[in-house]
Design a protein around this ligand. Structure first.
Ligand SMILES: Nc1ncnc2c1ncn2[C@@H]1O[C@H](COP(=O)(O)OP(=O)(O)OP(=O)(O)O)[C@@H](O)[C@H]1O
Ligand code: SF4
Ligand SMILES: [Mg+2]
Length: 319
């Protein structure tokens, strides 16, 4: 097993005077096998970026364990060092991820010099090869970030992520800030690189259409639906979209398939109580919107019901 998160919680304190505790992640259990493609799906504030930051060891969990290749990341400094090299993170915003005063070539050369110890002609060749691999002209190495389009910049970020032969790439909403015309190309590129270099790919998105498209490019993508810092459902993307189980997933699928829906997963959420994170951290995070809410939902988060490769945490399916 490559990645294993056990009962992992990340708490933040917000507000200077009226302090409140935010559970960005709450008791999360997640495993990722080598070579897998996982789509983490959830709305804004669900905890997706926090999860990505935990996985690249930028965020220390408040509670729980992160094992990478079987080693406890926060007890073993050498594993954190290994993660810096083997687990690469592609940020949502392609512009702020690059230093505006450095050329593309300079930005790309930093991790290669540091980790692969290349210099001179070898370094230049590597940068040209990387730019070609992500579908860019090598002459772009001389340019500054402000001289590239958003789509080109995201390709540069992808080139940087793959430059030191990572085992895992985590792409955090990599196409959200791009024009629609660039989106498909960037997902295609990620899918092709994943296959070519046998990378374990974790794609974070709020958009089911992106997860579905990725699944069309790479079969068997596992979907993990996250809401209010909790994983609420897991399964193959196609199963999640064609037959969502958790009421939140139904709501998500509903909004996505509204145009071509057969109405089977229709669900009306209780909009009047729609602020996230105002529930008890022990209860179900969807309880303040869920039309099926029961007394116990607000008190205790349900256990996962597991049916083959499908998991759901909701009292409608078990205790
Ligand atoms: N450093 C921080 N300090 C305080 N609160 C934080 C911090 N980072 C995240 N949070 C809070 O934790 C929750 C989860 O944030 P996170 O950025 O992980 O969500 P997200 O799913 O990535 O959202 P988005 O889709 O908007 O990027 C949010 O309520 C956010 O406000
Ligand atoms: S556990 Fe309860 S509140 Fe949560 S989704 Fe299921 S029925 Fe709704
Ligand atoms: Mg985010």
């Amino acid at each position: 097993m490559l990645i294993k998160l056990s009962n992992l919680t990340v708490k933040f304190t917000q507000g200077r005077f009226n302090k409140r505790i935010i559970y960005a992640l709450n008791n999360v259990n997640l495993t990722v096998e080598r070579g897998e493609t996982v789509a983490i799906i959830g709305e804004s504030g669900a905890g997706k970026t926090t999860l990505a930051r935990v996985l690249v060891a930028l965020e220390k969990p408040t509670q729980g364990e992160y094992l990478y290749k079987g080693k406890n990341v926060w007890r073993d400094r050498s594993t954190r060092k290994l993660i810096r090299r083997e687990v690469q993170y592609i940020y949502q915003d392609p512009i702020s991820a690059l230093n505006p005063s450095k050329t593309i070539g300079e930005s790309l050369s930093y991790p290669i010099k540091k980790h692969l110890k290349l210099k001179g002609d070898k370094l230049r060749e590597k940068i040209e090869e990387l730019l070609r691999a992500v579908g860019l002209d090598p002459s772009l190495a001389e340019r500054y970030p402000s001289q590239l389009s958003g789509g080109q910049l995201q390709r540069v970020n992808i080139a940087r992520a793959i430059s030191i032969n990572p085992k895992v790439v985590i792409a955090d909403e990599p196409v959200t800030m791009l024009d629609a015309s660039y989106r498909v190309g960037v997902i295609d590129l990620l899918a092709n690189l994943k296959k070519k270099f046998d990378i374990t790919l974790i794609l974070i998105t709020h958009d089911l259409a992106i997860a579905k498209y990725l699944n069309y490019k790479i079969e068997g993508v596992r979907g993990v639906v996250i809401y209010g810092g909790r994983i609420v459902e897991e399964g193959r993307i196609n199963d999640i979209i064609s037959a969502p189980l958790h009421p939140y997933t139904k709501y998500l699928v509903n909004s996505y398939i509204d145009i071509n829906s057969d109405g089977k997963s229709k669900i009306e959420i209780r909009e009047e109580l729609s602020t996230t994170n105002v529930f008890s951290p022990n209860g179900c995070p969807f309880s303040n919107k869920c039309p099926y809410v029961m007394d116990k939902c607000t008190k205790t988060f349900p256990n996962f019901s597991v049916d083959r490769d499908r998991k759901v945490a909701c009292y409608l399916y078990g205790e």
